[in-house]
Design a protein around this ligand. Structure first.
Ligand SMILES: *Cc1c(COP(=O)(O)O)cnc(C)c1O
Length: 483
């Protein structure tokens, strides 16, 4: 089952290539410039010597051992692993886009600039903000950029005492990390019994030392913060700003906007909500979008539409500067633009309503069997707690996740948010059919029933993968990355 490394298949002299006969005169090497002795190899590089068929079989086998949304259901909560239309891939492979260079003369890149400009316009209307920057290359990078703008805004106003950023306990781990990286002190806000922002706790922590509140809405429990207008007026009344973590916009696209909710700045994860598969860890794109008060602080250059066409604008004295090379990940931006155009406003709205419908359908199939502590109706995702299973049978969230692998499913997000003990966070997304959702629910219930009778079996899962259950703590604490 497990595939050896190519170097282990190596046989001296075996080749996958055949060079044409040498047509240079003998002794030509002497005419080459002298290479310093210290730079010359003492012995030949250890490279695999294999035939073409060995290489083809090796990589084909490896490709069948990796799991992606193209070969199975991937219900990863918060991180939205939805189907990415192949049209986007097709267009992102066109040479007109893959051969363009950011330093070429702008008059020859007007098409690509117009795509970025139009994408910013579309994202502005989807989020209800005034403008944005496409430079950040990940969600966390967008958070960092957004908070840096908040910092610049208060510095400019001379409000240097605003050193705190409030973050609810249910927030994604990148939120406190981005605040800390910007030099802010992170203050945690409690959740109430419903799983929403605890209004009393928030009120008690709001004062003139607070720069911003970072909020995810719907939050990571899949719940809409119904007090959002009250929250935003409280934060603004105390002189702070509101940051929206829009990494996962799958529940509200085309339905509601963070701008209407009162947010001042946000980031989007184009690689979650607007196409681009991201299971391998990248490339990503986390544009920041702002309202008028933060617009002067956006990264530069901005894109402008002038009489002479699209142009870079560098003359922006309050800008926080550049946050990535050139424009960020252009091909991810392109896929997002294709997605938005192909879906249209009706399609985008329909995607959100189907995402919410699917999450609620799956939840209703599972709630008789599993403990789902927060939310009677949810938005795009929901969180199971395996705490009582652990107490009664010794079965953990991780055991269930590993059991799902043997059945051909990617595990859900585990142990997040920390507010739910033994958490399994499920987001089926809009793209799964009712048959897939039923099969997934049946599988999860069957795993549970079997585990109750025979908990030891589940402890050994997965059984069908090239490597079995790994010691994940040891792998993190003592990584051994050498061959
Ligand atoms: C994924 C995610 C992030 C971070 O995005 P990256 O692109 O992984 O940096 C932030 N917040 C939420 C809610 C997320 O789901």
């Amino acid at each position: 089952m497990s595939e050896p490394l190519l170097i282990d298949k190596s046989k001296k002299g075996r080749k996958a290539y055949c060079f044409p006969a040498l047509d240079l005169p003998r002794g030509f090497e002497q005419a080459l410039p002298d290479i310093p002795a210290s730079m010359l190899r003492v012995k030949a590089a250890r490279l695999p010597e294999v035939a073409e068929l060995d290489v083809v079989r090796h990589f084909t086998k490896l490709s069948t051992q990796s799991f992606g949304v193209d070969n199975g259901c991937y219900p990863l909560g918060s991180c939205t692993m939805k189907y990415n239309p192949k049209l986007g891939e097709l267009i992102a492979q066109l040479p007109a886009f893959t051969t363009i260079h950011p330093l070429q003369d702008l008059s020859t890149a007007q098409g690509s600039l117009s795509i970025m400009y139009n994408l910013l316009e579309d994202l502005s209307s989807i989020t209800g903000m005034s403008w944005g920057s496409l430079q950040p290359c990940a969600g966390a990078h967008g958070e960092y950029t957004g908070l840096k703008m908040i910092r610049a805004y208060f510095m400019k106003k001379g409000e240097t005492k605003r050193t705190k950023v409030l973050v609810p306990i249910s927030a994604h781990g990148t939120n406190p990390a981005s605040a800390a990286m910007n030099g802010f002190d992170v203050v945690t806000i409690a959740s109430d019994r419903e799983g929403l922002v605890d209004m009393d706790d928030l009120a008690s922590k709001l004062d003139d030392s607070v720069a911003a509140l970072m909020l995810t809405n719907p939050n990571t429990l899949g719940l809409f913060e119904k007090n959002i207008l009250k929250i935003s007026s409280m934060v603004h009344a105390s002189g702070g700003l509101l940051y929206y973590d829009g990494a996962n916009l799958n529940a509200i696209m085309g339905m509601a906007t963070p701008g209407d909710m009162g947010f001042d700045v946000l980031h989007l994860n184009l690689h979650k909500t607007f196409s681009t598969p991201h299971g391998g860890g990248g490339p990503g794109s986390g544009p920041v979008m702002v309202n008028d008060i933060l617009r002067p602080f956006l990264p530069k250059p901005d894109i402008e539409l002038t009489d002479g066409g699209y142009a870079y604008s560098w003359d922006r004295p309050d800008s926080i500067g550049k946050v990535s090379m050139f424009w960020g990940n252009f091909l991810v931006l392109l896929r997002a633009y294709v997605y938005v155009l192909r879906m249209g406003s009706e399609g985008i709205r329909a995607a959100s309503s189907h995402a919410v419908l699917n999450a609620n359908y799956l939840k209703s199939r599972l709630e008789k069997h599993f403990d789902i502590p927060y939310g009677t109706k949810v938005m795009h995702e929901f969180v199971i707690s395996c705490e009582s299973l652990k107490k009664e049978y010794g079965i953990t969230a991780q055991d269930i996740a590993k059991g799902l692998i043997d059945e051909g499913y990617h595990p859900p997000t585990m142990y997040f948010p920390s507010l739910v003990p033994e958490a399994l966070m499920l987001e089926p997304t809009e793209s799964e059919s009712i048959e897939t959702l039923d099969a997934f629910a049946d599988t999860l219930i069957a795993i549970l029933e079997r585990a109750k009778e025979d908990p030891l079996y589940l402890k050994g899962a997965p059984y069908t993968t090239p490597v079995g259950r790994l010691d994940e703590v040891k792998a993190v604490k003592e990584p051994d990355l050498r061959y």
